[in-house]
Design a protein around this ligand. Structure first.
Ligand code: 3EB
Length: 342
């Protein structure tokens, strides 16, 4: 017997989201809104606002929504807005760095505070496993107080995972970390009651083992992860860039970086298929989000992506800063398979 897919992901324009009935809205877990004006809730739905322009679309904003097959409950805890069904929790936390201006490296403190609060929520609501985190912060490549802001973020995030015992248990989520044009540090996350299966890329050094030349504390994420729900397997491919080993490849060459990034995603998919509980995943079925540093590079990136994945590939293009200043593009992806009743 094949069970109904409990959680699904789709894209809605602002009028489509506004036009949902109450019954339809009741079954949504939450929203990521890329572009458009800042917002925190859409009725009962937690919203992550990503202050980054969409590329190649006339619409000003795009909503990526998570559906549940069940009815959901919303809550607020420690400044986190969240919504749950029986199996998953989707939450969003925004932290103003100005609240930490008294001490050194406000962003580091903001990141540690945000993750400590996330872990407190997960413990309280009993969704202990963090599956996926989407991190966005302004001026990610800017150096402040002698340290690049992404590296400050990494120290705070690392310290929170360490304090919560998650590093010793090797519980790091799939993730991405991108630079926006403005706004607070904002983190959306999905967590659940089953332990995720992390996946690493054989072509890359694990990010949590990067040497210290990339910052005093390494980034806390796995290259990809499976998460399991009743009757369903979700595949999260983290932000992936033109990195082989731990080194940036094709500096200054956006076409070369795009090809290397896709080669990394193909390698990750092969590694993932070795651990999948369902049928093999293919590149063509993934839903992608591509972040491009320079809007002018969009046509070249898009041409390479379409040449390799086909013109029907589902790709949302966003202009954002990538977390190493020499990276021009980063691509993440997701997929879902139903599982037999096992
Ligand atoms: C990299 O491979 C590119 O800090 O959470 C990709 C995915 C990257 C997630 C993060 C960073 C993060 O190192 C950057």
């Amino acid at each position: 017997m094949i069970l109904a897919t409990p959680v699904a992901h789709s894209q809605l324009s602002p009028p489509q989201l506004a036009g949902l009935s109450d019954a339809q809205r009741q079954r949504l877990l939450g929203v990521t809104c890329i572009g458009g004006p800042a917002q925190t809730w859409h009725g009962e739905l937690p919203v992550q606002h990503v202050a980054a322009p969409l590329l190649g679309r006339s619409a000003g904003a795009l909503n990526e929504v998570w559906y549940s097959a069940e009815s959901c409950r919303s809550g607020e805890f420690a400044g986190i807005r969240f919504r749950v069904d029986e199996n998953v929790l989707y939450g969003v936390i925004d932290v103003e760095e100005a609240d930490f201006r008294a001490g050194p490296l406000p962003l580091q403190q903001a990141a540690e505070d945000a993750y400590r609060r996330i872990f407190a929520l997960l413990d309280r609501e009993a969704y202990p496993y963090l599956w996926r985190a989407w991190n966005y912060l302004a001026d990610i490549n800017v150096e402040r107080d002698g340290l690049e802001r992404y590296r400050q973020f990494n120290i705070g995030r690392h310290d929170a995972f360490l304090a919560n015992g998650r590093l010793s248990r090797n519980q790091v989520p799939a993730a991405c970390a991108l630079g926006t044009t403005r706004g607070p540090l904002t983190i959306a996350f999905m967590a659940g009651r089953t332990k995720p299966t992390p996946i690493e890329n054989p072509r890359q050094v694990s990010a949590y083992e990067y040497p210290t030349r990339y910052g005093p504390r390494s980034p806390t994420f796995s290259r990809a992860a499976f998460a399991h729900l009743p009757g369903q397997e979700l595949l999260f491919i983290s932000g992936t860039a033109s990195i082989v080993g731990h080194q940036t490849m094709h500096v200054g060459d956006v076409a070369g970086q795009t090809r290397e990034t896709l080669a990394n995603i193909a390698a990750l998919l092969e590694a993932a298929n070795g651990k999948a509980r369902s049928t093999p995943y293919t590149l063509g079925e993934l839903g992608f989000r591509a972040y491009i540093r320079h809007a002018d590079d969009y046509p070249r990136v898009q041409a390479i992506v379409e040449a390799q994945l086909g013109a029907e590939a589902s790709v949302v293009y966003v202009q954002a800063d990538v977390c190493r200043s020499d990276l021009l593009v980063e691509i993440e992806a997701m997929a879902s398979h139903t599982l037999g009743n096992c």
